[in-house]
Design a protein around this ligand. Sequence first.
Ligand code: NAD
Ligand code: WQD
Length: 339
Amino acid sequence: MRVLLTGGAGYIGAHTAVALIEAGHDVIIVDDLSGTSAEAVARIETITGAAVPLLVADVRDEAAVAGFVAEHAPVDAVIHLAGLKAVGESMAEPVRYYDVNLGTTIALLKVMDTAGIRSLVFSSSATVYGTPEQLPLTEESPTGIDLANPYGKTKRIIEEILSDAAAADPGLAVVSLRYFNPVGAHTSGLIGEDPNGIPNNLMPFVSRVAIGSLEQVAVFGDDYDTPDGTGLRDYIHVSDLAAGHVAALEHAASGYAVYNLGTGEPVSVLDLIAAFERASGRSIPQVIVARRPGDVAASYADPAKAQRELGWTADLSIDDACRDYWNWQTQNPDGYPRG
Ligand code: NAD
Ligand code: WQD
């Protein structure tokens, strides 16, 4: 298949590009490089030996994307990862979040319609479950519970748009993948996560502390009702996540489907820091502070549906993810070189 990856130069997109090419597919990428660098695409080419055409454009620019798709016709499927993802920023700039996340999706649906592309995989998030009523989370768990931030709401609204689009057009195959917490990097150390500024997420923050560019990790609360009092999450290696996209694409059938992509294994904040200390051989200073507003005590997947229907499971451990993240971090202490 030839696959258009939006946001393919980003963290999850770059790993997905590698997984697709290694599975025998062709990849073309559209990315506006607002959150990454063209160097990521050069490195995808180094890892795979394949040429990967890149259009530097905003996905909301329908004419540009349509022209790119026509140039590389036939394109068989789209994986839509482009978008904004910072929870705090979405509270400060809600309109921008709705504009980019919904606008890119709607523009793509129109381009797909015109070009006759019948298959779409979308980057959703476990954030759509809000505060879990029951754990582990299955795809039938209620969504929209206490969704406190516009970022999470964009994902839930996009899922509804996609479900409506699939219902109205029987030939369309649409899959939403609800990622849990992506971590790790490619084993080569050539591609990885490259957050702008001080990271919000736990593993990139811990890694910056390990390498000495940040002083200490603030552990957001140790008074949750969890075994060690710190938050439990389902950290999934980005290479496992990438493989989940290949499986979703290869199994996509007419209609709308949703899958959790997680390990099913709850890991605490303290567990993750300890694993990173083992992987890096460094001691990681940490201090317990107040809970972060909006955080839930625990969130982890029941990944059985993806195993049953896509034949996919997460194989890599939190130790693998820490090893690979550290390898990427030490080889690229300042992330990708920016031109
Ligand atoms: P990322 O920021 O590394 O990748 C997103 C990419 O989209 C970037 O390369 C950016 O340049 C590009 N982009 C942004 N706006 C664009 C636009 N208007 N037009 C074209 N390109 C644009 O983030 P990521 O972690 O790889 O996330 C990919 C997707 O997965 C996002 O949709 C995100 O919401 C979703 N997701 C991420 C996580 C996570 O924790 N990383 C969890 C769940 C879901
Ligand atoms: C993990 C755990 C924190 C930082 C977010 C988004 C979610 C999804 C993934 C996109 C929690 C604790 C964190 C720190 C800490 N993104 N923590 N100190 O909040 O589960 O999910 O990213 O869809 O939508 O909300 O991930 O990595 O920020 O936090 O103690 O400096 O680490 O309290 O328990 P989260 P995270």
